[in-house]
Design a protein around this ligand. Structure first.
Ligand SMILES: [Zn+2]
Length: 213
């Protein structure tokens, strides 16, 4: 769904172009395999002078996403604001509305059952309202449906507590209910929020999305 977006392009460009010398690494691995380069194994109790800057950089790079370009954050922000969601009453499942993140009001309630538990899902998710209605009417739901129902309640509590900010975070690529909860809990300020979303998306693209093309 997002594979053609600038975010993914930027993440892949950064990965292949800035971070890894794929070609050079390949050559070295080949030489090792052909015994042209010999590996000497030794146990040490201190890092060498050569290793320190690498380890230092790695530790710093991964512990703070502070190097993120302002332009990228703005780009992410406008994408998150334009993401469409299907809002559904988590209690009765009858009230459904498709909105963009920027259109949401901070206090929501269901016009049918007056519940304040409004959940959100992908805008193309037509199943969730049916699952909630099924559960509401007392019918048995499958374990897969139960999973989606429980997720819907988690999301509704995030929306109840954090309003629009919750939807902003949930608009992130690959950001599920649990990741969203963590990001919202750790949020310091607006900039930090978008950086956290950026990091979560990057992790997702690197570990999973990348292999799904
Ligand atoms: Zn309702």
């Amino acid at each position: 769904r997002y594979s053609k977006t600038p975010l993914v392009k930027e993440a892949l460009r950064e990965l292949f172009h800035d971070k890894y010398d794929i070609e050079g690494t390949g050559k070295i691995l080949k030489k090792i395999r052909n015994n042209e380069i010999q590996i000497n194994w030794c146990d040490i109790d201190k890092f060498s002078k050569l290793a320190i800057p690498i380890l230092d950089h790695t530790a710093r790079y991964y512990s703070s996403p502070s190097n993120v370009d302002k332009a990228i954050l703005d780009m992410i922000k406008s994408r998150l604001f334009k993401t469409k969601h299907r809002l559904v009453c988590a209690r009765c499942g009858k009230w459904v509305r498709v909105v963009e993140t920027n259109e949401i009001k901070n206090s929501l309630s269901c016009p049918y059952c007056k519940a304040r538990q409004i959940t959100a899902t992908f805008y193309s998710d037509y199943d969730l309202p049916k699952i909630i209605q099924k559960k509401h009417s007392g019918k048995k739901i499958s374990s897969d449906e139960k999973h989606k129902f429980d997720r819907a309640w988690k999301v509704s509590s995030l929306i109840e507590n954090f309003g629009k900010t919750a939807l902003i975070v949930l608009s992130g690529y690959g950001v599920g209910a649990d990741t969203a909860a963590r990001i919202l809990r750790n949020m310091v300020d607006e900039e930090n929020l978008y950086k956290q979303i950026y990091e979560a998306e990057r992790q997702y693209v690197m570990t999973r999305g990348f292999w799904d093309y």
